[in-house]
Write a protein that binds this ligand. Sequence first.
Ligand SMILES: [Zn+2]
Ligand SMILES: [Zn+2]
Length: 455
Amino acid sequence: MIKFLPLGGADEIGASCFYLNISGTGILLDCGIDPKKEGVDGIPNFDQLSDLPLDFVFITHAHQDHIGSLPFLIQKFPHVIIYSTPQTKEIADITLHNAANILLENQTLENGMKIYTHEEIDLLVKSIRELEYDTFLPVKGLRHEGSEEIKILFKDAGHILGSAGILIEHSNHKIFYTGDINLTDQSVMIHADLKLVNKIDTLILETTYGATDSSKLGTWESELKRFAKSVNNILHKGGSVLIPVFALGKTQEMLASIHNLIQKRILTDTHIYTGGIGRDISKVYDANRYLTRRKTSELELKEIPQINLLEIQDYNEFKKNPGIVLASSGMMLQGTTSFKLLNYWLQQEHFAIYGVGYMDPQTPGYRIINSGKGDEIIVTEFGQPQKVKCNIDRFYFPSHSKREDLIKIVTVVKPSRVILVHGEPAAKNWVGQKILESAKHIKVNSAANNDWISL
Ligand SMILES: [Zn+2]
Ligand SMILES: [Zn+2]
C-alpha cells in the first residue's frame, strides 16, 4: 500500500515537501521553505506527520524551496535519516548557514517555531548521508511491513549542481519524482539524465514553466546573443547592468555565459562584479567539475576575473568602472544585495536592470522587471511610488524544463499516473490538459496540500 501526501509546494513554487508512506516506511521528498512567507506560513505542514511513521528524507537539491525547512523538521523529528547527493550536502553547508544568519537577524518567528543556531546546522549537515547518482540504495523504515526493501536511486536532474530526480521502487511499483528538472543544456550544467527511468507507475512532476509560452523563452543560444547585444549597448554609453540572480545556480550559469561571450568577442570585455555566498558556491562548482556531468570540465569559475561587490562602498564606482553586476537575491527580496542596489540603479538613465530567472509575482523583482523606463512603480508593498529612469529588460535562461519538455518526460518515462506539483494552477492546468490529450489512459492528479492520494 502506497500513500502520498503533499505537506507544501503542491500548488506553488514554495515549501516543496511530499510525504510517502510505503508499506509502513515514512519518506519525505524534499523539505523546503517559502522565503516569501513569514514565520510558520513559510514551512510545510509538519503537524500532519504527528501520527505517521517518518524514517527518511531525500533532498533533491539545495535551493531553499527544497531544503530550507530541514532545520525545523529536525527540531521535531531528530531521529529522521537524511540523504542527498554529496554536492547538495556541500552546498547546503553554505546555504543553511546563510539562512541561519538571516533568521538570527530578523527573529520574526512565531508560535511553535524555534530559531536554530549555527551549531545545530553544523550537526545537521554532518548527519546528512551521501548518495551518489545512479547507485541503488535499499531502505526500510522501523515499522516496515514485509521483507521486501524499498530501492532509491538518484538521477542527475540537470537543474543545478547536485540536483537529482528520485526513483523509488517497491514491490513492482515505480515512482519517479522529478524535483526541479531541466532537459536542455545551460552554460555549466547539461540536460537531465533519464536512463533507467522508464515504465514508471507514478510520476511526480514539477510544472514551473507550464503556463509560459515557450516561444517567449527562445533558446539558450539565441537569448545569449540578444543579451550580449543589449549589454554592449549599455556599456558603450558608460552604464552598468544589474542582474539579480539566485546565489545558487544562476550566478554560476551567468558567470560562465558572460565569460564565454567575452572570450568569443561577442560581448565587450568588462568588469564583472560578484559577491556574497554566490562566490562560495562557485568554489563548490569548481571542486566538482570532474566529478559531475558538465558542459565543459575545464572551465574554472574562480579563474574568471571578478570584483568583490561587497567591498564597494560608493555606488558611483559603477559609473567610474562600468560593468555587469551579478547580485543576489534573484527576486530582489528586501534586505538583499540586489535590493540594496536598486534605489541607486533606478535613478541612473544609462544603467539597466536585466531579469534572467524565475520571479514570483509577489516580489519586488517581478514588479521591476515588468515595468519600463519612465514608469512610476511601487517596489515594496508599503513603499512610495518611484520613477524608473534606467532601462529594464527580461532574458530567459531557464534552469527548468520548458513545458513541451515536461510532456516529453511523460512520453519517455511512460507513467500510468502523473501527480502535478511545483507550479501555479494555470501551469498545472496546461500540463494536465496536454497529458490527457496525448494519452487518455494516463491518470492525472493535481496535487493539493494536505490531500492524500492512494497510489
Ligand atoms: Zn531549484
Ligand atoms: Zn524549486
